[in-house]
Write a protein that binds this ligand. Structure first.
Ligand SMILES: Nc1ncnc2c1ncn2[C@@H]1O[C@H](COP(=O)(O)OP(=O)(O)OP(=O)(O)O)[C@@H](O)[C@H]1O
Ligand SMILES: [Mg+2]
Length: 460
């Protein structure tokens, strides 16, 4: 499909500008030429151009504030500054104020062709991104979750179907894939949405505390229990309870959970009275529960009770279609938060985001984008703003690569994924204890620390 000619507005009172017009027209661009600065700026503000070429020398007053002015609007065309020899400092300042690039006079044809094409390409990408933003709100959002990938869309559909029932839901997925967010979405889509959603991270508390946290205790039931206290199950009555990291539950606790799942009854720690609750249970795990059952660490009967509706959140590396939409939405969020006017990503930066394997999944992507927003000194995020570990992997060739394609990676890169998995599993098995994990893997703690850092495993 042929695209319409890009429209370029040239604001330049210089005698040599006619040559430039002829040159651009020869290359198929539609050119409007203004020799007078004030009229030119007026015309630029009216819109219609895809790119503005501006010689600040032709504008009266502060030429840099006019760059700022011209680019203030989010969908204003990019401004390319033409500058005479010796005023590079000014050109750089113009970029800081929003110009996309600068060209030094006398113009060199090859350079001109390249810079103009690049500016227009960025414009096209930015336009596409803002299209995406609009579609995002309508089509790709489910509660606070964004998902364009087919598997994610199916998960959203299932949630819509089961949300209103009391069916237990098990959410599985690597860390950072959105399990917590999904659990909240289930609650918000259910008829229980105005009742409490109580979240408990089973991995965060030692066994005895966890039991009284969940089921409550009576006064004097253990040292320090000065008063009776209701547990999370009681607090979640009529609402939803979300039990995170369920695989860490001890055998004794598993028995109690089985009972509450079967009959919705339990006793407080140290209590006689049987309590009845009406709760919807949502559980999450980042380890394979079936394997835990096989290894004898998780009760099979409990597993069958839990495994009613299972939603498997795929790792981010398996849903590349989600990367750009997520990146866009995080960009918007953090640019607002930090008061930065950043419009999008360069093509190279997007390619890097797509090529990277995201061991820390969506959480890692969000952190990377926030960091880039803070570091970025231009209007678009470039490769130089991305975390260094993203740049180590070769960028994907976006034109190729399909599900059937054999991925050929350098050995070192190919070994990273299994290494990360091994470390992740060992950490889970040792409940995050690094000393024990290092011993298990026979590496020293510093090595383990560095590898955890590399794979985004530190902030668990
Ligand atoms: N589909 C998504 N759309 C938008 N944001 C997402 C999505 N998935 C995850 N996030 C964001 O990524 C971060 C991690 O998500 P979340 O905490 O839900 O992951 P998790 O699977 O529960 O991780 P963990 O196993 O470490 O508990 C959060 O900041 C969340 O807002
Ligand atoms: Mg979570």
């Amino acid at each position: 499909m042929e695209r319409p000619a890009a429209r370029i507005l040239l604001i330049d009172g210089d005698g040599s500008a006619r040559e430039l017009v002829a040159w651009l027209e020869l290359r198929g661009y539609a050119v409007e030429h203004e020799t007078d600065g004030a009229t030119g700026l007026e015309r630029a503000r009216r819109g219609g151009a895809d790119l503005v070429l501006l010689d600040p020398g032709s504008v009266e007053g502060d030429p840099l504030s006019c760059v700022e002015d011209l680019t203030a609007d989010a969908d204003a065309p990019p401004v390319l500054v033409l500058t005479a020899f010796g005023t590079i400092a000014e050109a750089v300042e113009a970029m800081r104020r929003g110009a996309c690039d600068y060209l030094q006079k006398p113009l060199v044809e090859e350079k001109l062709a390249l810079v103009v094409a690049k500016a227009l390409e960025q414009r096209r990408l930015a336009a596409r991104c803002s299209d995406l933003e609009q579609q995002l709100d309508l089509k790709f959002r489910f509660d606070n979750l964004i998902g364009r990938d087919g598997r994610m869309r199916r998960i959203f559909q299932i949630v819509e179907t089961v949300a209103d029932t009391r069916a237990t839901v098990l959410i599985t997925g690597e860390s950072g894939t959105g399990k917590t967010l999904l659990a909240r979405a289930i609650h918000h889509h259910s008829a229980r949405r105005n009742e409490p959603l109580v979240e408990v991270n089973c991995g965060a508390l030692p066994e005895n505390l966890l039991e009284s946290e969940l089921f409550g205790h009576e006064k004097g039931s253990f040292t320090g229990a000065h008063r009776a206290k209701p547990g999370k199950f009681e607090l979640a009555d009529r609402g939803t309870i979300f039990l995170d990291e369920i695989a860490t539950a001890s055998p004794a606790l598993q028995v109690k959970l089985l009972r509450v799942m079967q009959d919705r009854v339990f006793e407080r720690v140290g209590g006689e009275e049987t309590q009845q609750v009406d709760v919807r249970m949502v559980l999450a795990t980042n380890v394979n529960l079936e394997a835990e059952v096989a290894a004898g660490r998780f009760r099979e009967d409990l597993y069958y009770r839990i495994n009613v509706v299972t939603l498997e959140l795929p790792p981010l590396r398996e849903r590349p279609a989600d990367v750009p939409v997520l990146a866009e939405s995080f960009l918007e969020r953090h640019a607002n938060e930090h008061g930065r006017r950043i419009k999008g990503f360069t093509r190279e930066a997007l390619e890097r985001l797509l090529a990277y394997r995201w061991p820390g999944n969506v959480r890692e992507l969000e952190n990377a984008i926030e960091r880039a927003v803070v570091l970025c000194r231009k209007r678009t995020i470039g490769v130089e703003d991305l975390p260094p570990n993203l740049l180590r992997e070769p960028a994907a060739d976006l034109g190729r690569g399909g599900p059937g394609d054999e991925e050929v990676l350098p050995l070192k890169v190919a070994l990273e994924e299994p290494e990360r998995r091994i470390i992740e599993r060992a950490l889970a098995r040792n409940e995050g204890n690094r000393q024990k994990t290092a011993q298990m893997l026979d590496v020293n703690r510093a090595t383990l620390f560095n590898k955890m850092k590399k794979y985004g495993l530190l902030d668990r």
